[in-house]
Design a protein around this ligand. Sequence first.
Ligand SMILES: O=C(O)c1cc(=O)[nH]c(=O)n1[C@@H]1O[C@H](COP(=O)(O)O)[C@@H](O)[C@H]1O
Length: 269
Amino acid sequence: MTTSQLTEQIHLKKSFLCIGLDVDIDKIPKHLLKEEDPIFAFNKAIIDATHQLVVAYKPNLAFYEAQGIKGFQALKKTIDYLNENHPEIFTIADAKRGDIGNTSGMYAKAFFEDLNFDSVTVAPYMGKDSVEPFLAYENKHTILLALTSNEGAFDFQTQSFDGEELYKKVIKTSKDWNNGQNLMYVVGATKAEHLREIRHLIPESFLLVPGVGAQGGSLEEVCKFGMNRKVGLLVNASRAVIYASEDENFAEAAATEAKKLQQEMASYL
Ligand SMILES: O=C(O)c1cc(=O)[nH]c(=O)n1[C@@H]1O[C@H](COP(=O)(O)O)[C@@H](O)[C@H]1O
């Protein structure tokens, strides 16, 4: 999917919501455990109830890997279900990968070819040759961790080296990498006050902004400082939406939470 197609969807749905499919088998409604594939059953119900309100879904790989082969099968079924039924929805493999070049090439093949995700999250720590194998794919997007939502972001990312904060160096340097036009960046909603400066560095790039809902980030602040003339934002919520209820009506409850976020987003568009 191209960024123009994504922007089109944002205007069509009046939403830049991404729902994080961070499915913890211990948190899903108990009645689903008798299903052959409880994780997929949960995802399918959430997708069926919310697809009109969102422009992206983001399964976090950790939740699937934690369930071994069954988790991988559920992930594969989920991405296939999305690609078959909702090809207009942007998909993000939240895998936070990045390794020496030939290994990154294999990660890129896994997420872009085998699983056919539109994008993958990548850590910048190993530099240019660890990220370029992802960038080589046309119409696929590499979402680089810039300033993350967690407390540990202050350990390295906001530290200054040669008078410049590391996350800014990451952003500036990455722009010159081959196929840098395929980059998007992660900026945590809990760090919204940094968005204004980030927008000076990358006025046009899409930002994936996790951290509203369970982590307490403000959607209003994110929009105020982070929105560009083409919107340029994907705001993710996982737990606050998908675990809105533990009862049989869990998908409806998730849709209600998603609708609240979508309506707030519509008011900023
Ligand atoms: O890359 C991410 O998506 C990510 C980056 C970041 O800085 N902070 C962050 O919370 N995330 C992910 O976004 C999701 C947030 O989940 P909730 O806090 O439940 O909404 C999780 O899948 C996190 O792994």
